[in-house]
Write a protein that binds this ligand. Structure first.
Ligand SMILES: [Zn+2]
Ligand SMILES: [Zn+2]
Length: 274
């Protein structure tokens, strides 16, 4: 029985004889069903019939991005952090082949997989099985797991310390269990925040933004944005990596605070009159 993969969001579902009727991720108002209708593939078909490959790129010392080319589904980038012999895969992508497994094993393998939110659950169980790694997901997003597995550990509360210097923080917003990864050794010890799209990097790379739905352009309430900014404020970090190869390279902590103020002013009609 195959594990069907939704071609629009890239999320792999539990084993079924026939393809599922719908995708729970795409049926949600934060995503969308493709205008041509729901369609499915499998990892086997992706390997055999499509000319896909994963590109590993060194972004900075001990940090690699992993992206599938040509782009598949949402098209996000996962990141691999090497932290003192403990490698974390931050967010996930659907495509996985032996070449990718070999390349990652050369970098020390994967000891844990942590997810920002359901849009990047992708084929996380395939990755967990290939590397025998636990998957960390906030319990508030438990209902969004389309393929259950014993590898998945649901964490609770506001923070999870994975290792000294590697912490998950629940910010909520985009999803109730939406989390970010704080890596204190990143950017030569100045600190990095990996945000998926719980906080996203704006096109100009100097500002960030926050949305309930990115494809459907639904904003978050001002109170939630204020809460996210307050949760991030005590963290030391100079750089943000989002899930689409966009980076705030310097003073990213200040960029979050400044961007939250701008966002709330815009919502409250204090910024512009058009
Ligand atoms: Zn889907
Ligand atoms: Zn998302």
């Amino acid at each position: 029985m195959p594990y069907y993969i939704c071609k629009t969001c890239g999320v792999q579902h539990a084993q079924t004889v026939n393809s599922p009727n719908s995708c729970l991720i795409c049926d949600d108002e934060r995503q969308y069903v493709h205008p041509d209708g729901q369609s499915w593939t499998t990892l086997e078909d992706m390997r055999e019939k499509e000319n896909l490959q994963n590109i590993l790129k060194k972004e900075e010392e001990h940090l690699y991005s992993i992206k599938t080319e040509p782009e598949f589904a949402i098209g996000q980038t996962a990141h691999l952090i090497q932290h003192k012999g403990f490698n974390v895969l931050w967010d996930c992508i659907t495509y996985l082949d032996q070449k990718t497994i070999d390349q990652i094993n050369e970098l020390g393998g994967i000891q844990a997989i942590a997810l920002s939110h359901p849009h990047y659950y992708s084929a996380q169980v395939e990755w967990a099985e290939a590397f025998q790694a636990p998957i960390y997901i906030h319990e508030d997003d438990k209902d969004w797991v389309a393929r259950p597995s014993n590898h998945i550990h649901f964490w609770s509360g506001e923070t999870l310390n994975m290792k000294p210097g590697l912490d998950l923080y629940r910010l909520g917003g985009h999803f109730k269990g939406g989390a970010v990864l704080h890596w204190s050794n990143g950017n030569e010890g100045k600190g990095c925040l990996l945000t998926g799209d719980v906080i996203t990097v704006a096109a100009d790379r100097n500002w960030v933004s926050f949305m309930y739905s990115y494809p459907n352009l639904i904003p978050l309430p001002a109170s939630k944005v204020e809460e996210i900014a307050a949760k991030v404020k005590p963290l030391q970090f100079n750089r943000i990596y989002n899930a689409f190869s966009k980076v705030v390279r310097e003073n990213a902590g200040e960029a979050v605070q400044r961007s939250a103020v701008r966002y709330i002013k815009a919502l409250n009609s204090e910024l512009f009159h058009t």
